[in-house]
Design a protein around this ligand. Structure first.
Ligand code: HPA
Length: 272
């Protein structure tokens, strides 16, 4: 695995004009359009990157994009690898490990989720301040590679406190109200039953989704700092649980995209 990470990073560095990117960004459902705002972009299709998992979903144009946001050098992933697609956890988190190998110390994650906090509305954006891993596994199971990180990583600050307050500052400055809360990561691909939403709420989560937790765990293991935002695309609030479809999730996420993009842009500017 270490050889694969090194080989892939070397390939990417030979194809993209990488200097010292400040952050890696994983654009989830609801932030794909952000890719169009990257200045001086150069991109690689995932299909052309050695050792990158290949998308199982037809018409899913996964791309790794290098460029600048307000002059800040970044690398963005348009499209991520979800556990429910059948990838192993090693594959799901592989790009994060490659980013670290490329010298990136900060990771920004975005996703869409179902809101269980009764004060949330569809279209709200939540700063993820902690998570609960409800995936049936963990990307760090098995042999530990000490070159990547410790056997027993500390998870006391999965989302950097300083980045949470920076995100809050960005919201305030832009006049965009941001929620804050705990994200529960589940395998999917089913959305939750009413009883499952209730259960996940009771154990302490404000939102639930099918990504982000594996990438966060891999990043913390690597010693990276992480910030994350989630678009609330449907509600799993007791008594308010309604039918939900992938199309509705995508539509709600797309509607919130401009807000999410402004916050992310300002965040990167302040980070620099
Ligand atoms: N549950 C799980 N994943 C999701 C949801 C949800 O309600 N909404 C968007 N992704």
């Amino acid at each position: 695995m270490l050889n694969q990470i090194a080989e892939t990073a070397k390939f990417i560095a030979s194809k993209l004009p990488i200097n010292k990117p400040l952050a890696g960004i994983i654009l989830g459902t609801g932030l794909g359009g952000f890719a169009d705002e990257i200045q001086k972009p150069s991109a690689l299709s995932y299909t052309d990157i050695p050792n990158f998992p290949q998308s199982t979903v037809e018409g899913h144009d996964g791309k790794l994009i290098h460029g600048f946001i307000n002059g800040v050098e970044i690398i963005a992933m348009k499209g991520r690898f979800h556990y429910y697609e059948g990838y192993g956890m090693d594959q799901v988190v592989f790009p994060v490990r490659v980013m670290k190998q490329l010298g990136i110390e900060n990771l920004f994650l975005s996703n869409a989720s179902g809101g269980m906090n009764p004060s949330f509305k569809v279209g709200d954006i939540m700063i993820i301040n902690d998570h609960i891993n409800l995936f049936p596994t963990n990307p760090l199971l098995g042999k530990n590679f000490n070159e990547l990180g410790p056997r027993f990583p500390d998870m006391s600050q999965p989302y950097a406190k300083s980045y949470i307050s920076l995100l809050k500052d960005c919201g305030a400055e832009l006049g965009i109200s941001l929620q804050e809360g705990v994200y529960a990561g589940v395998s999917g691909p089913c959305f939750e039953t009413p009883a499952e939403y209730k259960y996940i709420r009771i154990i302490g989560a404000d939102a639930v989704g099918m990504s982000t937790v594996p990438e966060n765990i891999a990043a913390i293991h690597l010693g990276m700092k992480v910030a994350a935002l989630s678009v609330i695309t449907d509600l799993g609030v007791e008594g308010v649980v309604e039918q939900v479809s992938h199309e509705e999730v995508q539509m709600a996420a797309r509607a919130a995209e401009p807000k999410m993009a402004s916050v992310l842009k300002l965040f990167l500017t302040k980070l620099a």
